[in-house]
Design a protein around this ligand. Structure first.
Ligand SMILES: [Zn+2]
Length: 267
């Protein structure tokens, strides 16, 4: 660690300039991000190990491949390709999904059972990929870590600093994102959905469906429906965006038949 406060300050500034401007959205939107992609990936790998230790992963390779294939379709059209993305299904009746830093995305069987078609599944995946593109979990992590831990991590990944960060990250798994990050993920998600050939109406039916079955618990799809007006606003925003994007390509799919077959396997 650099002791001289002036040099420390200088190093921080240089790091900020070097790493600070990451592209985090469609149209080249940039955000100030301190944790670089390599570090983010290391954090994600460690968190993935913890997630796999603490949860039961669905033992159905057909389902795991199905979700990964749809995931990669979304990744192909997304605005962040400097990391590789990983998709996994957790065998649990929780109606939820989340993204860890570094492109690690998890969906629960409870959520899969609540869906009607492949486009709805793609809409949730696109939403989670968008959190990764926007580096939202890294931003949230940075904010929770405090300056000294961010600095330790940025100046060199000591194993203690890394352990501390992974613990904080695990604690934040179901913490809610800021409203603006959530709106951003909804917005990018719908654009990626269309680019990947899915009907964006599925994003709306997904919200409506979840809103109707919500039990209000904090673990319910990123606390999506905890406050009802927010959900209604998100539905309205999604509808408005779809209107703006018209005319849409004519062959956008829902993929209901395949999805219903896959869903039968979960019973
Ligand atoms: Zn979200």
């Amino acid at each position: 660690m650099i002791k001289n406060p002036f040099y420390r300050f200088l190093v921080s500034i240089i790091l900020l300039l070097a790493l600070g401007c990451a592209v985090t959205g469609p149209g080249g939107k940039k955000s100030f991000i301190l944790i670089g992609s390599d570090t983010e990936t290391s954090i994600g790998q460690d968190m993935d190990q913890s997630v796999r230790q603490q949860n039961r992963i669905l033992q159905d390779s057909l389902w795991q491949n199905y979700v990964s294939d749809i995931g990669q379709k979304i990744v192909e059209v997304c605005d962040r390709k400097d990391i590789s993305y990983h998709f996994a299904i957790i065998d649990s009746n929780m109606v939820n999904a989340f993204a860890a830093p570094g492109g690690y995305i998890y969906l629960y069987t409870g959520l899969l059972k609540s869906m009607d078609n492949e486009a709805e599944l793609a809409s949730v995946i696109a939403h989670e990929v968008s959190h990764v593109v926007g580096r939202h979990s890294v931003k949230r992590l940075q904010a929770a870590m405090g300056v000294s831990l961010v600095e330790q991590l940025v100046l060199g990944q000591s194993s203690e600093a890394m352990r501390a960060v992974v613990n904080i990250g695990m604690g934040l798994t179901f913490a809610s994102y800021s409203r603006s990050d959530e709106n951003e993920a909804d917005n990018y998600g719908i654009q990626y959905l269309v680019r990947a050939g899915y009907n964006p109406e599925a994003a709306v039916t997904m919200f409506e469906n979840l809103a109707s079955m919500s039990d209000g618990s904090p673990s319910f799809f990123e606390s999506l429906t905890m406050s009802h007006p927010d959900t209604q606003e998100r539905i309205a925003n999604s509808r408005a965006l779809i209107e703006q994007m018209k005319p849409l390509p004519s062959n956008l799919a829902f993929g209901r038949e395949t999805y219903q077959k896959m869903k039968n396997r979960l019973k």
